[in-house]
Design a protein around this ligand. Structure first.
Ligand code: HEM
Length: 485
C-alpha cells in the first residue's frame, strides 16, 4: 500500500498518560494532531456548503471494488477526492466516507436519535437477526446495552484472566516447532473457548454430546467455510435481507439448531438464579412489561456475542504477529522488554495498539444522519449514511507520521486518542467486548512473547481478505515456531 499524502506540520501532543510508565517512557512525536475540520449537525450558515465530491464510477463497479478491494478503493478515492467523498456502494443511499477525527467525534458524541448506527443495515443483519444489540437502534438498543454492559465491565473481565491464560497455555502447547502453520485458526480456538466460557459458563472445552459442544463445532465449521470465495458471493446475495438466503441460510440453520438446543437445555436447569454466565443473566432479565426475552431474542443476542467476539479478537492477534514477524526490530524490542520484565506491560500494549492501528479488523463503521450534517468543507443532507473509515483515520499522515510503518514505540508513554484510534468504534455503539478483547490480547501476547520464538513463514507481508465486515490476514498469519521456552 502506498499513499501520496503529505504530512502536515502539527504540534506534538501533550495529553500523555499520567501513570508511572509515562514518567519513564517519554512520548515521542510519532503521534500528532489532525488539522482542524468543523463537523456536526449543520447550522444555518452551513447549508450553503456544497455536497462532497462523488466517486465517478457506476454503482456496480463500486460495489465489487469496495467488497473485494476495500483498501485500494478507500485510499484511491481519498487521494483523489480528499478527506470526505461520496461513494455508491454497500449501503443504500450513497454513503459519504469521512476520515477526519473531528467528524468522527461529531458522530460518536451525537444523540443516537440523530445519528443511529448503520449496523441495522449491514451484512450482519441476516445472520444475527434484527433483535440483537448490534442491529437494534433507539430505545431497544439502549435497553439491551444496559443489560449487557455489566458482564463486560472491567472488573467482571478481570475474573476471566486466569481462564484466558489456561486456554492459551493449552493451545500453545500443541503448536508444532519448525513447521509453518496459520496462526488465526489457533488464536480462534483460544478466543472461542473464552467466549463460550464467559457467555455459556462452560469450563474449558465443552463436553462431547452437549448442545454447547455442537454449537462450538458449528461456529468453527462456519468460520472456516466463510473463507471460501463462494461464501463471499453468498454474502453479497444476502445484502439488504432481514433473513438469510442461499448457502448462508443453510449455515445459519446449522447454527440455529445448536443455539436453540443450548437455550432449551438452559431453560430446564434449576439453578438459573445462581449462575453468573451471560446467557443465564439475559435469561433472568425482564422487559419493562415484565416479559422475559423470547427464544428468538435470546438466540439473536447469543449469536451476536459469539460471532462478534471470537473471530475479531483472534484475527487482531493474528495481525499483530503478522506485523511483528515482519518488523524484526519491533519484535526484538518487545521480546527483550517482556523477557527482562522491563515495562513488559507497556510494550505489549504498544504492540497491540499499533497493530490495531495499521490493521483494524473492522475497517469501517457507519451512522445514518437524520439531519443535515457538516463535515468540514461540505454539508450532507438528512438521511445520508456516513461511513467512518477506520482504516483511513488510522493512516492519516498528519496524525501518524510514517502511517504505514508498524512502530509500537509511538504508544510508549501515551494512550491512544478517543477519535484518532477507533478500532472499537465509539460513543453509545462502542464495542461492548472491547475490554474483554484487550484482556485476551494482552494475556495471549504475553504468553506467546515469553514462550515462543516466531518467524514469518514467508517474509512478504500478507494480503488482506475481506470477510463480511472484517479485514483479516489472507493466509491466516502463517508463522513458524523456531523454539519454545
Ligand atoms: C479485537 C476485537 C474486536 C474488535 C476490533 C471489535 C470491533 C467492534 C466495532 C468496530 C464495533 C462497532 C462500533 C461502532 O459502530 O461504533 C463493535 C461492536 C460490537 N462488538 Fe466488538 N470488536 C471486538 C471484539 C468483541 C468482543 C470480544 C465482543 C463480545 C463478546 C464484541 C461484541 C460487540 C458488540 C455486542 C457490539 C455492538 C455494540 C452496540 O452496537 O452497542 N466485540 N465491535
Amino acid at each position: 500500500m502506498a499513499t501520496t499524502m503529505t504530512p502536515a506540520p502539527a504540534p506534538a501532543r501533550t495529553d500523555q498518560s499520567s501513570d508511572q510508565a509515562a514518567d519513564e517512557l517519554i512520548p515521542n512525536d510519532l503521534v500528532r494532531e489532525a488539522v482542524p475540520s468543523p463537523a456536526g449537525p449543520a447550522e444555518a450558515q452551513d447549508m450553503d456548503l456544497p455536497e462532497p465530491p462523488r466517486v465517478p464510477l457506476p454503482r456496480g463497479v463500486q460495489v465489487m471494488h469496495m467488497n473485494w478491494r476495500q483498501i485500494e478503493f478507500m485510499f484511491r478515492w481519498r487521494r483523489r477526492l480528499g478527506d470526505v467523498f461520496r461513494a455508491n456502494a454497500i449501503v443504500a443511499g450513497g454513503p459519504t466516507v469521512t476520515s477526519h477525527p473531528e467528524h468522527v467525534k461529531s458522530l460518536f458524541t451525537a444523540n443516537p436519535d440523530i445519528a443511529p448506527s448503520l449496523t441495522a443495515e449491514s451484512p450482519l443483519l441476516p445472520i444475527v437477526g434484527p433483535g440483537s444489540v448490534l442491529t437494534a437502534n433507539g430505545p431497544r438498543h439502549l435497553r439491551q446495552r444496559r443489560l449487557l454492559l455489566p458482564p463486560f465491565h472491567g472488573e467482571a473481565i478481570e475474573r476471566y484472566t486466569r481462564m484466558i491464560s489456561e486456554a492459551t497455555e493449552r493451545e500453545i502447547e500443541r503448536w508444532p516447532v519448525g513447521t509453518p502453520f496459520a496462526l488465526a485458526p489457533r488464536t480462534q480456538s483460544i478466543t472461542l473457548d473464552v467466549i463460550m466460557s464467559g457467555i455459556l459458563g462452560v469450563e474449558g472445552k465443552p463436553q462431547r454430546g452437549t448442545p454447547e459442544y455442537g454449537l462450538r463445532a458449528a461456529v468453527k465449521y462456519l468460520a472456516a467455510a466463510s473463507t471460501l470465495p463462494l461464501y463471499q458471493l453468498a454474502e453479497l446475495l444476502n445484502l439488504g435481507h432481514e433473513e438469510p438466503v442461499g448457502i448462508q441460510k443453510r449455515g445459519i440453520q446449522i447454527l440455529d439448531k445448536y443455539t436453540y438446543g443450548v437455550i432449551k437445555a438452559r431453560r430446564q436447569v434449576t439453578d438459573l438464579e445462581d449462575r453468573t454466565d451471560i446467557l443465564s443473566l439475559i435469561m433472568r432479565a425482564r422487559t419493562e412489561d415484565g416479559e422475559p426475552l423470547t427464544d428468538r431474542e435470546l438466540r439473536d443476542e447469543l449469536l451476536t456475542l459469539i460471532l462478534a467476539g471470537f473471530e475479531t479478537t483472534a484475527n487482531s492477534m493474528a495481525w499483530t504477529w503478522e506485523r511483528l514477524t515482519r518488523t524484526p526490530e519491533a519484535y526484538d524490542r518487545l521480546r527483550d522488554a517482556v523477557r527482562s520484565d522491563d515495562h513488559a506491560d507497556e510494550h505489549i500494549e504498544a504492540a497491540i495498539v499499533e497493530a490495531m492501528r495499521v490493521r483494524p479488523v473492522i475497517p469501517a463503521i457507519g451512522r445514518r444522519v437524520t439531519v443535515p450534517w457538516r463535515l468540514g468543507d461540505y454539508t450532507v443532507p438528512a438521511g445520508t449514511p456516513v461511513i467512518m473509515s477506520i482504516l483511513l483515520v488510522h493512516h492519516r499522515e498528519d496524525l501518524y507520521p510514517e502511517p504505514f510503518a508498524y512502530r509500537p514505540e509511538r504508544w510508549l508513554g501515551r494512550k491512544p486518542g478517543t477519535y484518532e484510534w477507533i478500532p472499537f468504534g465509539g460513543g453509545t455503539r462502542r464495542c461492548l467486548g472491547a475490554t474483554l478483547a484487550m484482556a485476551e490480547q494482552r494475556v495471549v501476547m504475553d504468553a506467546m512473547v515469553r514462550r515462543l520464538d516466531l518467524e514469518a513463514a514467508d517474509p512478504a507481508p500478507e494480503h488482506v481478505n475481506h470477510r463480511n465486515v472484517t479485514m483479516i490476514p489472507k493466509r491466516g498469519a502463517r508463522v513458524i515456531v523456531r523454539s519454545r521456552h
